[in-house]
Design a protein around this ligand. Sequence first.
Ligand SMILES: [Zn+2]
Length: 203
Amino acid sequence: MAQGRRLCRRCERPLTTCYCELITPQTSSWPLRLVQHAAERAHPRGTARIAQLSLAGLSTHEVADDEPFHPAESDALDWVDAVLIYPTDHPAEQSRDIEELKGRAPRPIVFVDGTWRKSKAIVLGSPLLRSLPRYSFQATSAPRYRVRKAKRPDFYSTLEAIVAVLNTLEETDTYSQLLEVMDAMVESELAFRAAGNQPTPER
Ligand SMILES: [Zn+2]
């Protein structure tokens, strides 16, 4: 196996592009639930991995195609009073601004990690997710993640969504550090390709 292909066990990136030393553990007051499509977990340039390594209090729930998401009964309490971060593209589907929850008692915040199409299928296929109140966020900048094809010009990566929501709810900028890790991952991936390597393959 070529040197460039050996993977770090923690960030699961090729060793030459490992970003683990940049990870700074943080604990958010608001608990996070990540419902992740199985293909996203295997994607070497998925951004959610950075959140998983950085944020205590984030739990991940993996779903496969055609498998409606439902939490295990033993985890039911983890979903009480949860809200879903889900940008709507349909005028009839109202979502509220996450700003409204600022200063309120923390509730579980649910993010769906997948391509635009898969995320939509996950939400539509899950009675629980469909029942949650939907919130959207105002990003302070344009999407900055640029090593995967943008599905839509306004499509933010999962990590960008998590950072924007936590910064808003906790009235801080401290979570922006995670975007610096993402930027470093992007830079190292581009350098990796510039050195003549193929994009990091999916596992
Ligand atoms: Zn690593």
